[in-house]
Design a binder for this molecule. Structure first.
Ligand SMILES: Cc1cc2nc3c(=O)[nH]c(=O)nc-3n(C[C@H](O)[C@H](O)[C@H](O)COP(=O)(O)OP(=O)(O)OC[C@H]3O[C@@H](n4cnc5c(N)ncnc54)[C@H](O)[C@@H]3O)c2cc1C
Length: 473
């Protein structure tokens, strides 16, 4: 049977009890003391009530859980760090496979490799690798899971120098839809390995990731520069010119946001629109001042917080602004160019945002990311130098539909400046059109063929789904 919808069957008490008894981890069920805590995910917009939350302690638990979902025909939500924007890591009446107890990490400093179980976050991984002055591209917020981030591609502060997280994946252990445990690398199951690097959670449950590491820091030249909203046009134009000239060691983004009430910003700007530039220069520190100077002289800054900082601290700098529980919607577009009319459009849309928490990010891509061939992995959108991410955010959910509509409208207004494609990790909806917009047709066709082989009945369908029955093209 091919399962393409989220039909549910009820699971018997006896079946759940037998399953729970066989787990090395823990099965959490409705009525359990920790049920409400364990069923929640980062995005407060998704409030679901799973039938069972299987907190796996290892590969055996993962296999048992996949087998249960398949044999009972229940929807299966796979959870690494729980940061899915469309809420794929929870489900009503189905099974959540929660990997967050699986956080083992082992660094091999000589070979510059790290092997990490799939339940860890970037905070966990950075702590271990930075002990040896090593790192791999991780998320901008350190509570993001290694698993969902990497399988979607994974953009971060090191991407222009070292590529995406997925570009640094050397191998993965995977539990497939039929409960088999397989190794995927360039030599073993190479097609699966290709699909895991950008194809999301479609092909199985990764239980462990092996990454190539690079010398980074431990101190980098990094931080934020804030500019007044009134100077947005000049700042954006200057930023784009500076980004175009930046070396690979410098990765930056613009955040058109609202000034948070934090001590490092003057009270006079709290709650007001503000342009924040984020930057990490991971090259030699003594060369960094000259490289970042253009970013700090675009206008008269409200605050300049660029300076030497431990890389691990930079990775956590934004965490307080991205606490769990708020309602969030992301929508994205790759951008080929941001000419003056695009800058004007960005500013006009920003001025019209319905809630102060909503914001517009422009990430500067290129560098190492762009030098990987589009056919090397499922992450194929490598030539556009900018990535737009429009974020609708409401702390209590009031008016959230309007926020999301604003985000969609903003994306639509800017999409003409690029190939009208999306980044799968920054896509808040699951529609077939959104998934197809995340992959060029030839990549999509290959993903369908890999899906047919590794998950022909679509056990793994709570994701940016590639149905095995999809028509390519
Ligand atoms: C605050 C915040 C900041 C973010 N910053 C960035 C950023 O800087 N760069 C970036 O690229 N993205 C970023 N993202 C997006 C993020 O990469 C995706 O939401 C990603 O899916 C989160 O992974 P996770 O493991 O935390 O999520 P989860 O919700 O646990 O998982 C998301 C999906 O990933 C798949 N998945 C999870 N675990 C596994 C597994 N073990 N094997 C196979 N598939 C699995 C499943 O399909 C699952 O539904 C951010 C998201 C948030 C909420």
């Amino acid at each position: 049977m091919t399962i393409t919808d989220n039909r549910q069957t009820r699971i018997g008490e006896a079946t759940v009890a037998e399953f729970a008894a066989g787990l090395r981890g823990k099965a959490v069920r409705p009525g359990d003391e920790d049920y409400d805590r364990e069923r929640s995910i980062w995005n407060g917009a998704h409030d679901r009530r799973p039938a069972v939350i299987a907190r796996a302690a290892g590969v055996a638990d993962v296999i048992r859980t996949v087998d249960l979902a398949r044999s009972e025909g229940l929807p299966l939500a796979v959870r690494g760090g729980g940061h899915s924007i469309p809420g794929f890591s929870t489900v009503d009446d189905g099974i959540v496979l929660d990997l967050s107890l699986m956080k083992g990490i082992r660094v091999d400093p000589q070979r510059r490799r790290v092997t990490a179980e799939a339940g860890g976050t970037w905070k966990d991984l950075d702590a271990e690798t930075q002990q040896f002055g090593l790192a791999v591209t991780g998320g901008l917020v350190s509570s993001t899971g290694i698993a969902g981030f990497t399988t979607g591609g994974g953009i971060g502060w090191l991407m222009r120098k070292h590529g995406l997280a997925a570009d640094n994946l050397v191998a993965a252990d995977v539990v497939t839809a039929d409960g088999q445990f397989v190794h995927a690398s360039a030599d073993e199951n190479p097609e699966l390995f290709w699909g895991l690097r950008g194809g999301g959670g479609n092909f199985g449950v990764v239980t462990s990731f092996e990454f190539q590491l690079h010398e980074v820091g431990p101190t980098v030249l990094a931080g934020l520069v804030f500019y007044p909203a009134e100077e947005a046009e000049q700042v954006l134009r200057g930023y784009l010119a500076a980004a175009a000239a930046a070396p690979d060691e410098l990765t930056t983004l613009v955040n058109m946001t609202t000034a948070p009430p934090v001590p490092f910003l003057p009270e006079s700007v709290h709650g007001k629109p503000i342009v924040a530039l984020g930057a990490v220069y991971s090259g030699p520190l003594d060369a960094g001042d000259d490289v970042v100077r253009p970013l700090r002289t675009l206008a008269d800054p409200v605050a300049d917080l660029l300076g030497p900082v431990p890389y691990a601290a930079m990775q956590q700098m934004l965490d307080p602004l991205w606490q769990a529980g708020a309602h969030n919607y992301f929508t994205s577009a790759m951008m080929d160019d941001l000419p003056d009319p695009a800058v004007e459009e960005l500013i006009a849309r920003w001025s019209a945002k319905p809630t102060p928490q909503s914001e517009i990010h422009v990430h500067h891509a290129g560098g190492a990311l762009a030098r990987v061939s589009a056919s090397a992995s499922a992450f194929s959108q490598r030539t556009s130098p900018y990535l737009l991410n429009v974020i609708a955010r409401s702390v209590d959910g009031v008016g959230f539909d309007d926020d999301a509509a604003w985000a969609r409208g903003t994306r639509a207004a800017l999409a003409a400046y690029g190939p009208d494609t999306m980044y799968v990790n920054f896509t808040g909806e699951a529609g077939d059109d959104k998934v197809r917009a995340s992959y060029p047709p030839e990549t999509y066709a290959k993903l369908v063929s890999i899906k047919k082989r590794y998950d022909p009945t679509n056990v793994f369908r709570l994701n940016q789904n590639i149905p095995p029955t999809a028509q390519a093209g």
